[in-house]
Write a protein that binds this ligand. Structure first.
Ligand code: PEP
Ligand code: MG
Length: 318
């Protein structure tokens, strides 16, 4: 229950044959931290910071960001927290950006890290706040919508400059989200730079299946169960294993229990899910062994059609 010490006994998440799966949670605002503790998740795998400022009329300053990130870190002491830099652009444009006439339309068409690299001041002020918290807490930094080594190395250089400028000693692990088709063709160079990667199945699925993100609900066919998406995920995991780089999945579908099993079968050992789904995912993981998961993944990878994959998953849980 809220406010109580987490029960680490039951938070344990292992397959029936003892393979440990790290389950962390996705959050958007500090209030979500209560759900992380209540669902006995082992920290935050994705803090979507842009949601803090979606209604903001003025640019967020470093101090207010520092306070917010500290609040999360203090509430989850001893847990690892992955803070993602602003994933702005596209349909995520807060009032303070829309009001500024200086914005060229080309900037507004950029998303994620590309947007931040054009909005350097905003990015630097955020990094300053995150890196300050990282001096005393277990913080990692994650960059959204990475395209390749060019943008990722610019982001890393910016982190290095801020660390240097403020004399910060602890350099946190830096990660890249793999959620653009471009990143799939730049995996080796991304993995040469990144300390970890996080597969964002929401955007990866939408972009690979050319499904527009117009704010409406996606129909069921826009799912990571599409063979193209499954093969992309397999490719990412293989590349990460080759580079001995930690990899996890943080898209919403990772919380669909049968898909979580499929991902484990593909080699994933870490998931970040919406706290409301944690219990169900954990129970399902405990009920299967690695052999079953691997068989499911191998069979799914052979499918040429999404309905075949869905049929396999339905049979698996029935
Ligand atoms: C994703 O794309 O899967 C992801 C986790 O990022 P977001 O949902 O915030 O775009
Ligand atoms: Mg995304």
């Amino acid at each position: 229950a809220l406010g109580e010490e987490p029960d680490w006994e039951t938070s344990e998440c292992k397959t029936s044959d003892g393979v440990e799966i790290l389950l962390r949670g996705n959050i958007g605002v500090p209030e979500d931290v209560a759900a992380i503790s209540a669902s006995k998740l082992m920290g935050v795998g994705l803090f979507r910071t842009e949601f803090l400022f979606m209604e903001a009329q003025t640019r967020p300053d470093t101090r207010s960001q520092f306070e917010t990130y500290s609040e999360v870190a203090n509430a989850l002491q001893d847990c690892s927290i992955v803070i993602r830099t602003f994933d702005l652009g596209g349909d995520k444009l807060p009032p303070f950006l829309l009001q500024e006439e200086a914005h060229s339309s080309s900037c507004l068409r950029r998303r994620g890290l590309q947007f931040s690299l054009l909005e350097r001041q905003l990015m630097e002020s955020q990094l300053c706040a995150i890196l300050k918290v990282a001096q005393t807490s277990d913080i990692s930094v994650l960059f959204p919508m990475v395209l390749g080594s060019d943008d990722l190395s610019q982001a890393v250089a910016m982190v290095d400059r801020v660390l240097d400028q403020f004399g910060f000693i602890n350099a946190p692990p830096l990660g890249a989200m793999i959620e653009t088709p471009a990143a799939l063709f730049a995996l080796d160079e991304i993995l040469d730079i990144a300390d970890f990667i996080a597969i964002g199945t929401n955007d990866l699925t939408q972009q690979l299946l050319v499904a527009g993100n117009d704010g409406g609900d996606m129909d069921d066919s826009c799912s990571a169960t599409h063979p193209a998406v499954l093969r992309a995920i397999e490719k990412v995991i293989k590349a990460a294993v080759k580079h001995q780089c930690p990899v996890y999945v943080c898209g919403e579908e990772a919380a669909r229990p049968e898909l979580a099993i499929l991902l484990i079968g593909l080699g994933i050992r870490e998931l970040s899910v919406s706290p409301s789904n944690a219990l169900q995912v954990r129970q399902t993981i405990r009920s299967i062994d690695l052999k079953e998961a691997t068989e499911l993944a191998n069979r799914a990878l052979k499918c040429h059609r999404q309905d075949e994959v869905e049929c396999l998953l339905r049979k698996f849980v029935s």
